[in-house]
Design a protein around this ligand. Structure first.
Ligand code: GLN
Ligand code: ZN
Length: 767
């Protein structure tokens, strides 16, 4: 009998029950016991749901009140000193303080850093470690949750983040190497595994996703050391399933296959081609957990194809040593498609959320076991996929023709940057050190309420647009009063920088309930790109044109770039990502050209997500960066030399990708720097960045208002490495989360800082 298992289930709840429970606890409404009861109810519901879907062995300890990496740090007592005193008396308060910071009665603890979990849009908390620190078991979360399921009559497989990935995902505060802590950490793992065995766990899943990344010799030998210890005493421990996902093991395959564990999980969705090599490398008697259903998207699996892989694996392993599983934890997929009411029936028939993905695994397992009951499932799957393939909603011949006729010239501006610079200088007449903002202005309660009232039909389109015009006009007036040089319309009409465009493009759909956890209680509802993308009509021209009519200063048009739209959506799986990205790029190109034709001389195309799309293996970076850069250039190269193209990125790690950032060939790029005190400029300096650049001088992530002196100081740092003709003065991201008073005050200081340095340079050039 083929076993169906699962690596992890979304914990937020189909209706975001966990979010609600957390927020009620944080606001003081619910006490700890109430929160814990809500969490336990969700766990129970999810275990039962998985069993009903046909899973033989669901996971436990995949649940988290905030984040599984934070749980691991907490479990092994890796608490930074600042939280320790609080943790003695109020462990849960300390846990949440590590996640969110804490300001209370004179306590002021800042949170751990947060960063992206591999190439997903889930964020984990980065544990802080230091040389010589100790570890110990704190609490018993994995045991407690295993027993909790047991009490419900459900036998689970506890999930733990493996020791090597845990250390490599952490950072040290003293510059020491995290892997040096391995020997100190391992006894706690051994101890925990023994306790789990004693509680009745026959298998434990150890997640080591780092095994699909490039590893140096130190990391490889850490794996050998760690699993030599954990796998050592087979009598006193549960069996170990080493779980890898998000890519191929490749050059780490022989390492992984040689570790003394009892089973290996591999991702056969991202890397089906590795099956052959895995089967050959895996010693006899070892379980293969085959990840056959995509845990990262919302599409139905091509079961016939999955079955071919599964049968091949079965021939090699035999039924008892083959488990079927999703490619990775289902954390990245919404809970249950049957609760989705907004999508039409046709589209819905092409999709599978977490619950449906587990049902697909059941069908596969039954088919492998020769059960006739599988036929109905396979047949329905075939029919749905065939309908999708043929649907006229998916394929638009005009889009295909346009894509086919793209030439290299379409991704190249007419003139070189120096030529464009002259044309733009003549057209825009900007002063030295021009000032601008990144696009959005405060999205006050008023704005959000008006949008909600319009959406629910309580505010007519006419009244809503009149309201938005008022907001825009006010925003333009404020910018004129402040004396900014390049103005923006304020983005009041936008809910979200991807959704706003997706809603106006063909090929996109929106779920009513497709929530995925982003971090803690925060969820996102990614758009679904199901078909060829095109732009039926202009999307932003009306607002930019209106705003431009109110001022003689240049009004900057504002668009979200193709790579960012792609990255923050569920992308179709029936063509390569780069083809979808080029389609979005062409739709945006039309918008850029229309903006220009409407008299907008400065256009910004935001690409905050270009870096996070980087593949996990360096060898694949080049090809990704090539099509990502090309897509950006397709969208921005249709304009005259005199039209100034801006881009914006908000992260401070540029060293790795600086050549590609330059290859985007935007005339001006604005980037986040104020938190790193201009340190990131190093990358731009060493590389000698050719175009113009606005390193942010105002950290919009904080309510703090920096003064003029502070900004002048940052600008001087920038001027030490950049030519004054290259430098722009701007905040480091959009202002939508800020309030008006602090926005005004900070921008006033920003304009004054630019003026001060401008005057110095004017004197210098006269003298
Ligand atoms: N133009 C967008 C804004 O100002 C950019 C947002 C972003 O970088 N994430 O809000
Ligand atoms: Zn930004």
């Amino acid at each position: 009998m083929t076993t169906v298992t699962n690596l992890g289930f979304p914990r937020i709840g189909a209706k975001r029950e966990l979010k609600r429970a957390l927020e009620r606890h944080w606001s003081g409404e619910d006490d700890i016991a109430t929160l814990q009861a809500s969490a336990a109810a969700l766990r129970a519901r999810h275990w039962k749901l998985q069993i009903e879907a046909g899973v033989d062995v669901p996971p436990s300890n995949d649940f988290s009140l905030y984040d599984q990496v934070l749980d691991t740090a907490f479990l092994f007592d890796a608490l930074p000193a600042r939280y320790r005193a609080l943790a003695e008396h109020e462990p849960l308060a300390a846990y949440f303080a590590m996640a969110r910071g804490l300001q209370r009665d004179g306590i002021d603890l800042h949170a751990l850093e947060m960063t992206k979990w591999f190439d997903t849009n889930y964020h984990y908390l980065v544990p802080e470690l230091q040389a010589g620190q100790a570890f110990a078991l704190r609490g018993d979360k994995p045991l407690a949750e295993f027993r909790e399921a047991k009490a419900l009559g459900i036998h689970t497989r506890p999930v733990l983040l493996g020791p090597v990935s845990f250390l490599l995902l952490s950072k040290t505060t003293d510059g020491s190497a995290a892997l040096e802590l391995l020997d100190a950490l391992l006894p706690s793992y051994v101890d925990l595994l023994a306790q789990l065995a004693a509680a009745g766990a026959d298998w434990v899943q150890l997640d080591e996703p780092l095994l699909v990344q490039d590893l140096d010799a130190g990391a490889r030998s850490a794996f050998e050391r760690a699993y030599g210890v954990l796998g050592g005493n087979a009598a006193a421990r549960p069996k170990l399933l080493l779980a890898t996902y998000f890519g191929a093991l490749d050059d780490n395959l022989s390492l992984a296959a040689a570790l003394p564990v009892d089973g290996l999980h591999v991702d056969l969705v991202r890397a089906p081609e590795q099956l052959d090599a895995v089967l050959q490398a895996l010693p006899a008697g070892r379980v293969l957990s085959a990840g056959l259903v995509n845990g990262r998207n919302i599409w139905r699996t091509q079961l016939d194809n999955a079955l071919i892989l599964a049968r091949y694996a079965q021939t090699d392993r035999g039924a008892d040593l083959l488990w079927l599983a999703p490619s990775c934890s289902l954390l990245h997929t919404p809970v249950d498609l049957t609760l989705e009411k907004k999508l039409d029936d046709e589209l819905r028939s092409w999709l599978a959320f977490s619950r449906q993905k587990l049902e697909e695994l059941r069908v596969l397992a039954d088919a492998l076991d020769g059960k006739p009951s599988a036929d109905a499932g396979l047949g329905a799957n075939r029919e749905a996929l065939e309908a999708r393939r043929r649907s006229p909603r998916v394929h638009d011949p005009a889009v295909a023709a346009r894509l086919a006729s793209l030439s290299a010239a379409d991704a190249r501006r007419h003139g070189s940057y120096p030529q464009r610079r002259l044309a733009q200088h003549a057209a825009l007449q900007l002063p030295l050190l021009p000032t601008t903002t990144i696009g959005s202005f405060p999205q006050t309660l008023d704005v959000r309420e008006a949008r909600a009232r319009h959406k629910s039909g309580k505010l007519s389109l006419g009244d809503y647009e009149a309201f938005l015009e008022q907001q825009t006009a006010h925003c333009v007036r404020v910018q004129e009063e402040l004396g900014l040089d390049v103005l923006v319309h304020g983005e009041f009409e936008r809910n979200d920088m991807v959704e706003y465009f997706g809603e106006q493009l063909e090929g996109f759909a929106f779920t009513g309930n497709g929530w995925v956890q982003s971090y803690g209680s925060r969820c996102v509802k990614p758009p679904v790109i199901f078909g060829d993308v095109s732009r039926p009509r202009p999307m932003t021209v009306r607002w930019s044109q209106y705003a431009q009519s109110l001022t003689r200063k240049p009004m900057k048009g504002m668009l979200t770039g193709p790579v960012t739209v792609l990255q923050w959506s569920f992308v179709r799986d029936d063509q390569e990502r780069d083809a979808t990205c080029r389609q979005i790029a062409l739709a945006l190109r039309d918008e850029v050209n229309d903006l220009e034709a409407a008299g907008i001389g400065v256009i910004q195309v935001d690409e905050p997500a270009i870096r996070e799309g980087l593949p996990l293996r360096r060898a694949q970076w080049r090809s990704y960066l090539d099509w990502a850069v090309e897509s950006f250039r397709i969208s921005t190269s249709g304009v005259r030399d005199a039209t100034q193209i801006h881009t914006h990125m908000c992260y401070s790690e540029f060293n790795d990708i600086i050549h590609s950032v330059a290859a985007m060939d935007a005339d001006v790029i604005s980037i986040e720097t104020s938190r790193s005190r201009m340190e990131l400029l190093d990358a731009f300096v060493r590389f000698n960045y050719p175009n113009e650049i606005g390193p942010g001088v105002y950290d919009i992530h904080s309510p703090r208002v920096p003064d003029k002196v502070e900004m002048v100081d940052l600008l001087r740092k920038a001027l030490a490495v950049l030519k004054p003709e290259q430098l722009w003065v701007n905040p480091d991201c959009g202002l939508k989360t800020r309030g008006w008073p602090e926005t005004r005050a900070a921008l006033q200081a920003l304009v004054a800082a630019a003026a001060e340095l401008r005057a110095e340079h004017a004197e210098a050039s006269v003298a």
